[in-house]
Ligand binder design. Structure first.
Ligand code: FAD
Ligand code: DLZ
Ligand code: SF4
Length: 611
């Protein structure tokens, strides 16, 4: 009989991961599974699925070489309706383990599913901490407690002290914690650009590429050329390549953007760190060593280390501190759907065309493109942070909810009202012109403030500030912008606002009706829930997606309606008209994460069954 069934997920590909550490190669079985639900709960970029599946298959063979018994289930074996829970169930039947061990997943949704496993499988489940981070969620919560504001810079100093990275006794090396002032140079096209290391797909990767091409052809993005590393050795080579060729200028050009240069001086290592092929702390130590041996300047080393032990750790702390409510936050009440061109890359705006085009090709855009191009535009245009969150989660190969959600909803959309950022990251075309060379080849004129040829970022920027004055004017960091806006003539202001409106109307008209966010009345949702539950019959359940699909007759729209269906279901449950359950237990529709089921409220005599 198997002692432990050790479940290893697609972003837990670290031989020393906590779930494996206490394991026994003679008596335990490792379960790894490619499952449909993980690949499709958002329609991930084809390259991302291929990357994860190939890394998983290589990791399984690495574990087998080390003597582990691995029960690896390919997508061909698990099939179209597979999920983690279904696969673990199958493995429990096959191996009859005495307990299940798994490292805490990176998504709240998956953790909620796991919490049901003990009762479902009648086997104890140890969900052990993911200690591949410098700061645990508990430590972050302690740090955050009692603070009026959570600011990365102060958290980062703590992490420097804790790790000893770039420390000189009790103080920072070089006398300053942060060398960002030196890191805002605009890149010149004639600079000699390094490129991330590329790898040729081996036979395992080639098989995965065929699988993804066959099964996920309707997903976003280009599958090939596929050049990501998929093993620990390849990730290590990519790290060495970065430190020796690219890191020296990472700091200088961290905020720059350049036409035809998707990677600039960025490391393209997040994919490897996020799935577990590189240890983030080890990466930082190697960067520090490069500084201490004189290979790279301090502004580069400090800037890079701050991204990892500062931002990466900080956003994870926020995620676990604020979930599950965080994902629903929408400070500005933005409702617009993701513009059509975010899916096609076809736009006259040269900067966005470049960022989205490379996102399609590479499943990668660097930070400033994500923040100041696609993020900035979406915020100015009033795109729903939830819709945008889904977009970012599916388009980037490094996107896992713990890191993507706080960056999107918090940093980029200010959807949390300032938990993560002290002010919205919004900018007009002037910023983009300063930091890039996109404007030179754009059909729009970055110098024009309004009118049909004006750079759309310009009127949208002022219209955004004007629209949200009540929420933003009191923020001291925004005061100067409001003063500038108020100094403009009435005529100039109204021409600017009109220009923004014309642009947004056109944006809406260009968004295909299939993708437009459905507007369905709450009463209609309530009627449909009750009707479908009644049709299904007493004691039978249905999925909220069935309600959403019944309300909109389009394959893409129903997802956008899901938050509303859950909200209305919660109201109906509070009124005692229906019940909302998860794995047979009554739950609160608003706070429950993971799949819920709806059913008619039981008649009085059967009510005791659930009490
Ligand atoms: P580099 O520029 O070389 O930076 C070095 C490393 O620092 C990265 O590999 C990454 O591990 C870390 N890092 C840098 N900035 C951040 C940050 N803000 N948060 C967390 N880690 C950071 N990063 C992800 O890993 N996954 C995501 O899904 C993700 N979504 C984002 C969404 C938005 C809207 C924004 C604005 C940022 C997002 N980021 C995300 C952060 C950042 O853009 C990426 O980490 C970075 O672009 C990855 O490329 P790189 O490895 O070349 O990074
Ligand atoms: C993202 C992803 C995808 C596409 N597929 C799988 C999979 O088939 N099997 C798996 O174990 N993990 C996958 N993942 C990663 C999981 O979604 C990830 O573990 C959760 O998002 C938790 O971070
Ligand atoms: Fe982007 Fe505006 Fe410049 Fe065009 S003019 S590239 S839209 S910032």
């Amino acid at each position: 009989m198997t002692e432990r069934l050790i479940v290893v997920l697609g972003d837990q590909l670290t031989p020393q991961i906590s779930s494996l550490r206490g394991g026994d190669k003679e008596r335990d079985v490792v379960l790894m599974c490619e499952v449909w639900e993980e690949a499709t709960y958002v329609r991930h970029h084809k390259k991302k699925i291929a990357f994860i599946f190939s890394c998983m298959r290589h990791f399984a063979s690495e574990l087998r070489k080390e003597g582990w018994t691995v029960d690896y289930r390919t997508l061909q074996q698990t099939g179209r309706s597979s999920s983690f829970t279904g696969e673990v169930h199958g493995a429990v039947l096959r191996h009859e383990p005495q307990r299940i061990v798994v490292t805490t997943p990176g998504e709240w949704r998956v953790l909620q599913d796991m919490r049901v496993w003990p009762e479902r499988f009648k086997v104890p489940v140890d969900i052990v901490e993911d200690d591949r981070f410098v700061c645990s969620p508990a430590e972050f919560a302690t740090w955050a407690e009692g603070r009026k504001q959570l600011r990365m810079e102060f958290f980062y100093r703590e992490m420097r002290r804790k790790t000893g990275l770039l420390m000189d006794g009790d103080g920072p090396v070089g006398g300053r914690w942060n060398f960002d002032r030196e890191n805002r140079k605009a890149a010149k096209p004639d600079l000699l650009m390094p490129r991330p290391l590329r790898f040729t797909p081996d036979t395992i990767t080639q098989k995965v590429l065929s699988l993804v091409a066959e099964r996920f052809s309707n997903h976003f993005g280009d599958l090939e050329p596929f050049w990501f590393g998929v093993t620990r050795e390849e990730a290590e080579q990519a790290l060495v390549h970065f430190v020796t060729t690219t890191l020296p200028r990472f700091g200088d050009y961290q905020d720059a953007m350049l036409e035809g240069e998707p990677f600039l001086y960025h490391s393209v290592l997040s994919i490897y760190m996020n799935v577990g092929l590189l240890d983030p702390l080890d990466v930082c130590r190697r960067v520090e060593a490069a500084y201490r041996s004189g290979q790279v300047p301090l502004n580069a080393a400090e800037g890079y280390i701050r991204q990892i032990i500062g931002w990466r750790e900080f956003v994870r702390g926020i995620y676990w501190l604020k979930m599950p409510d965080y994902v629903e936050e929408n400070y500005f009440g933005h409702r617009r759907t993701v513009p059509e061109f975010y899916w096609t890359g076809e736009t006259d705006m040269a900067c966005l065309g470049a960022a989205i085009g490379q996102t399609k090709r590479e499943a990668y855009a660097h930070h400033i493109q994500r923040l100041m191009l696609t993020g900035n535009f979406a915020l100015l245009a009033g795109v729903s942070p939830q819709a945008l969150h889904e977009w970012y989660l599916l388009v980037y190969a490094d996107a896992f909810e713990w890191v993507e959600l706080p960056n999107t909803l918090g940093m980029s959309q200010f959807g949390d009202g300032g938990v993560l950022a002290s002010k919205p990251y919004v900018a007009s075309g002037a910023y983009i012109k300063r930091m890039s060379n996109y404007c030179a080849s754009c059909r729009y004129d970055v110098a024009k403030p309004y009118g049909p040829d004006a750079c759309p970022f310009n009127p949208l920027y002022w219209a955004f500030l004007d629209r949200h004055r009540e929420k933003l004017a009191a923020n001291p960091r925004m005061a100067q912008m409001y003063r500038t806006w108020d100094r403009l003539s009435d005529e100039r202001r109204s021409l600017t606002l009109a220009s923004a409106e014309v642009f947004l109307d056109k944006l809406d008209a260009d968004t295909s009706p299939e993708k437009a966010a459905p507007a369905v009345d709450s009463d209609d949702i309530a009627d449909t829930i009750v009707r479908l539950c009644t049709e299904r019959g007493q004691g039978k359940t249905l999925c909220p997606s069935e309600v959403a699909r019944a309300l909109v007759d389009n394959d893409d729209q129903w997802r956008d309606l899901m938050p509303d269906v859950r909200r209305v279901a919660g109201t109906l449950a509070a009124q005692g008209r229906i019940r909302v359950s998860q794995a047979g237990k009554l739950v609160d529709a608003a706070s429950a994460r993971g799949p819920i089921r709806l059913s008619l409220a039981p008649q009085k005599k059967s009510r005791s069954r659930f009490s």
